[in-house]
Design a protein around this ligand. Sequence first.
Ligand code: PAF
Length: 292
Amino acid sequence: MEVLRDKADLEFLLDLKRDGPMVLVPTMGALHEGHLSLVELGNGLGPVVVSIFVNPTQFGPNEDFESYPRVLENDLDLLGSLDVAAVFAPDVSLMYGDGVGVKVHPGSRSTGLCGEDRPGHFAGVLTVVAKLFGLIQPDIAIFGRKDAQQCLVIDQMVHDLAMPVSLVDGPTLREPDGLAMSSRNRYLDQEQRDRAGCLVKSLRAGRTLLEQGERNPAVLKAIMEKELAPADEILYAEVRRVPDMEIFPSVSGRVLLAVSARVGVTRLIDNFVLEINGDEIREGFLLGTVSC
Ligand code: PAF
């Protein structure tokens, strides 16, 4: 596994692209099993490059940029046990050495949810993802479904700016009690960790109502909010249409149930993507699939 730190090191990637599609798994490090499962998903598609970069432009002024866990050696150990061709771990000076001039303006899918709750967040995400795509030039990029709105906002950028990359979303991995895996879970103490279970309970309550035939988004939202009560602050409980993130008059087709809440000082998100076909409800996905 090559570790690439500078722009010149990226020449290594030219060889990887010669024989077929190259896959990028973009991350901010502090890797957990969820990230590792995205690498394994990529292994079926082509040689995998993982980027590790804690991107300052996607954090708000009062967010956790300074305290975000930076554990590169540990991340490299974890990736070393998998089939990873290269890790790109640039310095801030490589990514933003000339300052932040041009930024990518997110489209309509960024309205509401994290887009409202974290102003400027998606512009920072899109700017760094566009830059990673430019530097690495992957054929396929894989993102975690847990960041559902991020997946859909990136998908809109790739479509609208005609970027030559296919996107894939990998399923959310969960702890035995259902809590979605996240690098931020390590901020929680035991008491907060127990209360954090309310996010998945809220999504399960929404799904149960859908299974019972409820199609009114306001009713679904109300039950999801009620289940979030153990959190310290409810940030949102939303029901949106996939992929355009529009609000439904009546829920049908592919639906995103998405919740966010603060437990202690930690901001957590989670979601279910569901496919409704008459009375049948099954798990759905967000992005296109690729043939390999
Ligand atoms: O999901 C993340 O870890 C980040 O938002 C990403 C996509 C790597 C951009 O910094």
